[in-house]
Ligand binder design. Structure first.
Ligand code: 13P
Length: 288
């Protein structure tokens, strides 16, 4: 299967009442874990790539080549999209040129006028090439790859302005935060989510900060129109815990346990297990 844009998978998810997971990738092990889990689950999947992670993986073209190579190697049959996460204006254009099938342009830190203007420009550039576009209104809290958001709650009227630009999916701040949620977090503003969905019609909505949101709240958000949920930190946490255990159990000191193929295997499996768990929660299993 070739890479596909996120459009069809999200419109179907929106219609049928489930969400597709976006799992952020960091290296070969991450891509392997997410793709094999998606194939096993017969679930569509979105591979999220931040600009920082792309730099770490030596550029957008390397990411595309690595993913395409693996689609072929594993004979992946489920729909897979490579999506720029929280892209800049320049980054979004560069990703489209490098072969990404989907991009997010995050203009939430600009004035609404500038966000509208830049988003419209990216939509035009992307649409001519069949690439899906995610836009954002109201910044997501927390820090991700140096992009810091204050955790705003989006203004539904501004959401409507951006939704009408021909984007594929809309991320709106509803009190969600990247990374772990603080103990005093009061939960998602599902009332605002509902207003945003009502005002934007059938627009697939995106829930960022998927790590640590209680399952019940996730299900409710899906029932209110969330069709894409982003998960990053949780995969990093399970990867590091499994790798830590391997070393604390001194498995690297036995036989050829120091071989990176062995050393990184438990962490890779932990990512795949988490992806499967999330796909089950999001309802995307057996939808491909
Ligand atoms: P978490 O790191 O909180 O899972 O959020 C991921 C995300 O929203 C990526 O855009």
């Amino acid at each position: 299967m070739k890479l596909v844009s996120s459009k069809e998978m999200l419109e179907t998810a929106r219609k049928e009442g489930y969400a597709v997971g976006q799992f952020n990738i960091n290296n070969m092990e991450w891509i392997k874990a997410v793709l094999t889990a998606a194939e096993q689950a017969k679930s569509p999947v979105i591979l999220g790539v931040s600009e920082g992670a792309a730099k770490y993986m030596t550029g957008y073209k390397t990411v595309v080549a690595m993913v395409e190579g693996m689609l072929d190697f594993y004979n992946i049959t489920v729909p897979v999209s490579i999506h720029l996460d929280h892209g800049t204006y320049e980054g979004a254009k560069a990703c489209i040129e490098a072969g990404f099938s989907s991009v997010m342009f995050d203009g939430s830190h600009y004035s609404i006028e500038e966000n509208v203007e830049k988003t419209a420009d990216i939509v035009k550039f992307a649409n001519e090439r069949g690439i899906s576009v995610e836009a954002e209104v109201g910044s997501i809290g927390g820090e991700e790859d140096g992009v810091i958001g204050g955790g705003e709650v989006a203004d539904p009227k501004e959401c409507k302005l951006i939704a009408d630009l021909g984007i594929t999916m809309l991320a709106a701040g509803i009190g969600n935060i990247h990374g772990k949620y603080p103990d005093n977090w009061t939960g998602l503003r599902l009332d605002v989510l509902k207003t945003i969905q009502d005002i934007t019609g059938n627009m697939p909505l995106v829930l960022h900060g998927g790590t640590g949101i209680p399952d019940e709240m996730v299900r409710e958000a899906i029932s209110l129109g969330v069709s894409k949920i982003n998960v990053n930190t949780e995969c990093q946490l399970v990867f590091s815990a499994a790798t830590r255990k391997y070393i604390e159990d001194e498995k690297d000191l036995k036989g050829k346990g120091f071989d990176p193929r062995k050393l990184l295997a438990p962490g890779t499996q932990a990512i795949a297990d988490t992806v499967l768990e999330k796909m089950t929660l999001f309802g995307s299993i057996n939808r491909a």
